[in-house]
Design a protein around this ligand. Sequence first.
Ligand code: C5P
Length: 265
Amino acid sequence: MTAREPAPPPLAVALDFPEPGPALDLGSRLVGRVAYVKVGLELYTAAGPAVVTALRELGHEVFLDLKLHDIPNTVARATAAAGRLGASLVTVHASGGQGMLEAAREAAARAAGLGAGRDARLRVLGVTVLTSLDQAGLAATGVAGHLTDQVHRLAALASSAGLDGVVASPRETVQLRAVHPPPFLIVTPGVRPTWAAGTGDQARVSTPRAAILAGADLVVVGRPITSAADPAAAAERIGSEILAALAERGRPRLFGEAIGKERDG
Ligand code: C5P
């Protein structure tokens, strides 16, 4: 990317595929058009670190969504490995507790600049309550009280451990933003454009426009893009909706601009 090219929309496309072929195929069509491609548990388990390297070689920033949740030492080591691989974002479950979150943050800080050819640091995001869970589903895990309170409790934990931000539903974003001003990042999956059919297993969904207007810094979309007849066109359409919403929001697009600056060096 050169300094003259505008930063791509703050959209992360979830490459949730069972093998690397279709992920790299779609990835090659998205270069320069989205801020991140997201490698999650399915693709990483099937294809391993090589797919991250291949996506980086295509020119992508990689969001490694492994949702780490283990003892602090193990999470620190896995975070360090993500840094060496050149990932730009990695997720940990905020419910892993303060010690685990601090260990991840410290490992990411140590990894800065160590990955092959990387020019941006590894950011760590805390997953709050999965967007597939509703109030009853959360209660069944033994968490009493309101789901929203749990999201806020976990976001506060992520913030006090020094994480870069959280993953949360767009529906919680306005309230989270009020408590956690920028540069704390709010990344929102559970996003469905009005023209996409069905919500899949996501219980708490919003449109890309609503997510941005609520204050999201980065919008994660998977199946509405990967299941579309023309996935690259679907990504383009969602990216345009996000850019229009950013203009409507009338505030600086903090995350996207930071990414653009880092890339332009
Ligand atoms: O296909 P869909 O748009 O629902 O994909 C959402 C993506 O975001 C998936 O890859 C999923 O793992 C991820 N995600 C999520 N909820 C979270 C964190 C990540 O749905 N809280």
